[in-house]
Design a protein around this ligand. Sequence first.
Ligand code: CU
Length: 154
Amino acid sequence: MKKILRIALLFCLAPLAVAAAGSPALLITDAWIRALPPGQPNTAAYMTLTNSGTAAVVVIGASTEIARKAEIHTTVEVDGLQRMEQLAQLSIAPGESVALAPGGTHLMLLGLARMPAPGDEIGLCLQLEAAEQVCTTADVRMSAGAGQSHDHHH
Ligand SMILES: [Cu+2]
C-alpha cells in the first residue's frame, strides 16, 4: 500500500520536474535601451540572448513597462538603404548566442509612455513560444558609441 502511494506521488511530481529543468535555458545579458531626444514615440532595446539549453528557444514577443508595444525587428539593406522589418519570431539554437545590436536585430519599443533617460533601469520581458517569460533589467544609454546612430527613424 505504501509503495503504491509513493509511485503515485512520483507521477504527480514528474511534470513539475520537467518544467523546472526546461525553464532557465534563455539567458539575457547586457540589455540596454537607447535614449533618444524627448518627444520621440519609439526607441529600441538591445541585448545578448544565449540559449544554454538543449532545445531551440523561440522568442515570439516582448514587453516593457514603458512602451505600449514591443516588436522584434531586423535590419535589411534594400538598394543601399537600411530598412527595418518585423520578425514574427527569433529562434536561438541550443548553445548559441544571438546579439541584438544597433544596425541589426533589435527590439523596437513603440508608443513610449515617456522617453527613458540615461541611468534609468527598465524592466523588459521576452515571451517565449514555450509559454514562459524571461525578464531582465535594461540600462538606458544615449548610444553604443560613434558611428551607430541612425537605424531607428520610422
Ligand atoms: Cu526597429
